[in-house]
Design a protein around this ligand. Structure first.
Ligand code: AR6
Length: 169
């Protein structure tokens, strides 16, 4: 069974098998968690992302999909990059957001990762309201069959932590 842990803090400081990155389809880095992961993880991560782009994702990694690289200097074995949907007020994109969690766990299973840290995907630059991002995240993890034993949501600030705590109970 998968246990859900909540931590308030910086995901780049976690010791886990895999750290999930809220990336963009270019896989070439950005702001938010993505920037922090590449900064602390070092250039090895970007080098692998570039290779993946050249070999498989010339058109970019699609929204809701996930792919793994080395974790470079982070205290983890892998970074799993996933692309969340940009929030839309007119269209329900929650299935794509749920897919980020499911696909990241599927990749984690392929790797043999047992402990996986997630940020609140799409809840920053991509504009998803935190309460709803937490609902989708927790439901998606609970609905996924996986050999991962611990999913750790790492929330950057108190409102994010509270939103997830309200869902996890
Ligand atoms: N540790 C944990 N959570 C963090 C950290 C950190 N070090 N830094 C930020 N957060 P975001 P998105 C929180 O914007 O919305 C990038 O440019 C943040 O407060 O990182 O999926 C990518 O390249 C928020 O709650 O990801 C994409 O272009 C949550 O992590 C785009 O941003 C997610 O915020 C992705 O946007």
């Amino acid at each position: 069974m998968t246990g859900i842990e909540l931590v308030r803090g910086d995901i780049t400081l976690q010791s886990v098998d895999a750290i999930v990155n809220a990336a963009n389809s270019s896989l070439l880095g950005g702001g938010g968690v993505d920037g922090a992961i590449h900064r602390r993880g070092g250039p090895e991560i970007l080098a692998e992302c570039r290779k993946l782009r050249a070999s498989h994702y010339g058109k970019g990694l699609r929204t809701g999909q996930a792919v793994a690289t080395t974790a470079g200097r982070l205290d983890a074995r892998w970074v799993i990059h996933t692309v969340g949907p940009v929030f839309s007020g007119s269209e329900d994109r929650s299935e794509l957001l749920a897919s980020c969690y499911r696909e990241s766990l599927r990749v984690a299973d392929e790797l043999g990762a047992r402990t996986v840290a997630f940020p609140a995907i799409s809840a920053g630059i991509f504009g998803w309201p935190m309460e709803d991002a937490a609902r989708v995240a927790v439901e998606a993890v609970r609905d996924t069959e996986t050999a991962v034993t611990e999913v750790r949501f790492v929330l950057f600030d108190e409102p994010a932590y509270e939103a997830f705590a309200a869902r996890v109970g």
